[in-house]
Design a protein around this ligand. Structure first.
Ligand SMILES: Nc1ncnc2c1ncn2[C@@H]1O[C@H](COP(=O)(O)OP(=O)(O)OP(=O)(O)O)[C@@H](O)[C@H]1O
Ligand SMILES: [Mg+2]
Length: 150
């Protein structure tokens, strides 16, 4: 493991819109502090924000874990359910089960998961109904000094 690996985790409470954006803002701050390229920080922040919002809107509770190495930004958002029945459908642009009151707040365009995928170099989603959903997103850092021969 790299000596300059930064790891952390943040709890997200389902339904708590008052704290929406806290986890992604915290990650953004850390990435800026590390001097990571603005475009990469933006991608990571967008992807993390969408993951965070989905937990707030759809899940009972979740945890967001991040690992930052000189090579990559890795974000894992894991929640405690209800899970997604049809992942392929959920991944489609425009698909949303958001109720009206959520749409009135400006959410529910069905673009969160597609945007997470777009902004990640590696995107994985795994879900079990009754158990929960885990989304893993990796954004590669392609800095000159930070690259490494494999
Ligand atoms: N963590 C989750 N737990 C349960 N269901 C989820 C979760 N994340 C997404 N979903 C389901 O997948 C659908 C699509 O999610 P996506 O984030 O793409 O769109 P949205 O949240 O509905 O709208 P937007 O993200 O544009 O505000 C959701 O409407 C919901 O049915
Ligand atoms: Mg969403």
């Amino acid at each position: 493991m790299y000596k300059d690996t930064i790891e952390g985790s943040l709890h997200i409470v389902g339904g708590d819109f008052s704290r929406a954006g806290e986890a992604s803002t915290e990650l953004k701050r850390i990435l800026h502090e590390k001097g990571i390229d603005d475009a990469l920080v933006r991608r990571a922040a967008i992807a993390t924000f969408e993951a965070e919002m989905n937990i707030i809107i759809y899940a009972t509770a979740g945890i967001l874990r991040y690992t930052i190495t000189p090579e990559e930004i890795r974000v894992i958002a894991e929640d405690m359910g209800p899970g997604i029945e049809d992942i392929e459908l959920a991944m489609q642009e425009g698909y949303s089960t958001a109720p009206d009151w959520v749409r009135e707040m400006g959410w529910g365009a069905g673009m969160g998961l597609p945007n997470m995928k777009k902004n990640s170099d590696i995107f994985r989603i795994d879900s079990t109904v009754g158990e929960g959903t885990t989304v893993e997103m990796i954004i590669r850092i392609k800095g000159k000094e930070q690259s490494r021969e494999d």
